[in-house]
Design a protein around this ligand. Structure first.
Ligand SMILES: Cc1cc2nc3c(=O)[nH]c(=O)nc-3n(C[C@H](O)[C@H](O)[C@H](O)COP(=O)(O)O)c2cc1C
Length: 219
């Protein structure tokens, strides 16, 4: 299973033996592999590779999103942002709360978080560092624990804040996709999947009954 962000990388992954392609659009949270929105990437890759097994990543947080991706030609989807606030997630409590509160406009694609992940833009929640035009010194702003060791985190590190991180959490990279518009509660992972499945099945029965699909409401 290989995640890619361009049509050429999709072809290369298939040539090298990938069984499943995950097409990551620019709506996705975290580091971005390409520059196309997910619908455009899906159209381009599906046209080139009609028989490939394709999942999309970016913009999927509900069963309605999944149904829309399926009707656009995807076989499935991969989601990240919707699982960040779940009970099982090791994300920092502030990171979880921010995702639930955020709207798509609160996210930004930035090259700022390049320490540990050079030359790769990330979609993150806006903060003082993403909005600041100057680059500040990369002094340590937090620490995070790995086993018994305390590891310092420099400003502009690509590390996300976890439950073991202490310091200026606000300035850290909080990876978040535009689907945060539709992430409105903290729940267990099982409840998130159950709800998504229920919504998806509802969409399918609606389609079977001859309804037309309408865009998901944001809340
Ligand atoms: C908190 C978080 C961490 C992520 N970490 C990785 C990672 O380590 N490697 C990777 O290939 N993708 C990573 N991603 C990106 C996902 O693989 C996927 O493309 C993305 O979550 C899909 O978009 P969505 O977040 O809007 O659902 C991460 C995403 C998030 C939100």
């Amino acid at each position: 299973v290989v995640q890619i962000g361009t049509p050429d990388d999709a072809s290369a992954a298939l040539r090298l033996g990938a069984d499943v392609l995950v097409l990551q659009g620019t709506e996705a949270g975290g580091h971005l592999l390409g520059e196309l929105p997910v619908a455009e990437l899906l159209y381009a890759v599906r046209t080139r590779h009609p028989d490939a097994v394709i999942a999309v990543a970016g913009g999927v947080a509900t069963g309605t999103d999944l149904a829309r991706a399926r009707s656009a030609g995807a076989d499935g989807a991969m989601a990240g942002t919707v699982f960040v606030p779940t009970a099982e997630s090791m994300a920092h409590p502030l990171f979880k709360r921010r995702i639930v509160e955020a709207r798509a406009d609160d996210t930004v694609v930035t090259g700022r978080y390049d320490i540990g992940w050079p030359a790769r833009p990330h979609r993150v929640l806006r903060n003082a560092l993403t909005e600041e035009s100057r680059r500040l010194p990369a002094t340590f702003i937090a620490t995070t624990r790995v086993g018994a060791a305390r590891i310092p985190v420099p400003r502009y590190s690509a590390t996300v804040p976890g439950v073991r991180t202490e310091g200026r959490i606000d300035e850290m990279a909080m990876y978040c996709g535009t689907s945060c518009d539709r992430v409105t509660a903290q729940d267990t992972a099982a409840a998130v999947v159950g709800k998504l499945r229920h919504e998806y099945e509802h969409e399918l029965s609606y389609e079977r009954e001859g309804g037309t699909w309408t865009a998901p409401s944001n809340r």
